[in-house]
Design a protein around this ligand. Structure first.
Ligand SMILES: NC(=O)c1ccc[n+]([C@@H]2O[C@H](COP(=O)([O-])OP(=O)(O)OC[C@H]3O[C@@H](n4cnc5c(N)ncnc54)[C@H](O)[C@@H]3O)[C@@H](O)[C@H]2O)c1
Length: 384
């Protein structure tokens, strides 16, 4: 499955010490690490090209250039046709969520060794096609968790206090000084659907604000603090004053929250979706806001999102003062982008230079000479 070694001279040692997360060396390996900013002939044996799209943080380009790579760093995403034309001699490709790496792109990328998703999800990459070509895929599953959590908290407080409506009214010249519909979050119930990295951290911070937390997850998850697990999503929907979605992008989650689920929510409750655009039926949400059954909503992710910042965007939820609309910025903070850049660029460098596959999405880790396992099996205590 993995790439041929071009010459015996360039071939490195074949396996690393147990537990190091290094696979067999796959193609030219540097005999030593470069010092800061150093480019020497024994560090770079030939031009190794990297294409970074979607304005990934500049630190990623700096890191890879220091390691001797020739980096083309672009601000926008590419269409499939553009990508097919651009990837032919690229060894490492860095994208975020707006670029789709299809089977056609992968077929055209004859030198491609690894793809770095500078985000959490990897659904935008055809992983089976990458597997067939032995192309490693890396991501940054935890780098923007905190940013999403902080936005969710801000939106829960804003909607519960009716800030968007008061803000819109005053911008329109109306002094709406009233406590009607405005509540503290303290003592209210937060329902978290999807208790993974983001959902569970949100749980801790919401409890610190005095909220009662209930959650529902299809997997077995340890309740943090005094959070209580619900037996079903339906139970949660009937209990919570604020429902927030943090599920992953598996196919079955499309339309997870539609008319029937919204109807179960408490009158006057609010809904947040910062997970995936396909998870909520937005037309049904619109109806439940129109009837006044729901008091407000915050939507950060949409079924069809523009590929570039500054593009036009039109949606039926626009113009409602009780709806916070944000352009998929849950994870978009300077801190998160910097973390992601550092994590993914180092994973790409580690793979290209040291054949390191630790925390790779799709390539097995060699834990000892001749023994290959899935990365999960390399975790301490895995299998016990
Ligand atoms: N808005 C943004 O900018 C932004 C940024 C980062 C992540 N995200 C998205 O947030 C979501 C959560 O991210 P994460 O890192 O916490 O993921 P995660 O994989 O750690 O957690 C997802 C959890 O959802 C659970 N789940 C899946 N389907 C479910 C269902 N139908 N019902 C209940 N539970 C279900 C899983 O078992 C898992 O525990 C992902 O979809 C991710 O793409 C959005």
């Amino acid at each position: 499955m993995l790439h041929d070694v071009p010459s015996a001279r360039e071939r490195g040692p074949l396996a690393a010490a147990p537990g190091t997360g290094r696979a067999r060396h796959l193609w030219p390996v540097n005999p030593r690490q470069p010092q800061d900013g150093e480019l020497t002939s024994d560090v770079v044996t030939r031009t190794r090209r990297v294409l970074l799209l979607e304005d990934v943080h500049a630190d990623a380009a700096v890191h890879l250039r220091k390691a001797g790579f020739d980096v083309d760093h672009r601000t926008t995403a590419m269409s499939e046709d553009e990508l097919v034309e651009s990837v032919r001699d690229i060894e490492l490709l860095g994208i975020r969520s707006a670029t789709r790496v299809t089977r056609r792109v992968i077929s055209a990328a004859t030198h491609l060794k690894a793809i770095g998703a500078f985000c959490i999800g990897t659904n935008q990459i055809d992983i089976p096609a990458a597997n067939e070509r032995g192309i490693a895929v890396f991501n940054a599953p935890y780098s923007n968790t905190r940013s999403v959590v902080e936005l969710a908290i801000a939106e829960i407080i804003s909607l519960t206090r009716r800030l968007p409506e008061r803000n819109a009214a005053l911008h329109a010249g109306v002094w709406q000084k009233t406590a009607a519909g405005a509540n503290e979050v303290r003592g209210r119930c937060l329902g978290i659907i999807g208790y993974g990295s983001i959902g569970s951290q949100l749980s801790v911070i919401a409890e610190a604000l005095g909220m009662t937390v209930v959650f529902y997850d299809v997997a077995d998850r340890l309740p943090l603090g005094t959070a209580r697990r619900c037996a079903s999503m339906q139970e949660l929907l009937q209990l919570a004053d604020a429902v927030t979605l943090h599920v992953d992008g598996r196919v079955e989650n499309a339309g997870l929250i539609a008319d029937a689920e919204l109807a179960l929510m408490k009158p006057g409750s609010i809904l947040l979706n910062l997970s995936r655009g396909s998870v909520v039926d937005l037309a049904a949400l619109h109806r439940h806001l129109d009837t006044g059954h729901l008091a407000g909503a915050a939507i950060d992710v949409f079924p069809d999102e523009p590929k570039r910042s500054g593009a036009g965007f039109h949606h039926e939820l626009q113009g409602r003062s009780n709806v916070i609309l944000t352009p998929h910025i849950g994870g978009s903070t300077q801190e998160a982008q910097q973390n992601i850049a550092a994590v993914v660029a180092e994973k790409l460098r580690g793979y290209a230079v040291d054949a390191a596959t630790a925390s790779c999405v799709n390539v097995p880790v060699a834990v000892a000479a001749g023994v290959s396992t899935h990365p999960a099996a390399a975790r301490p205590n895995a299998g016990h």
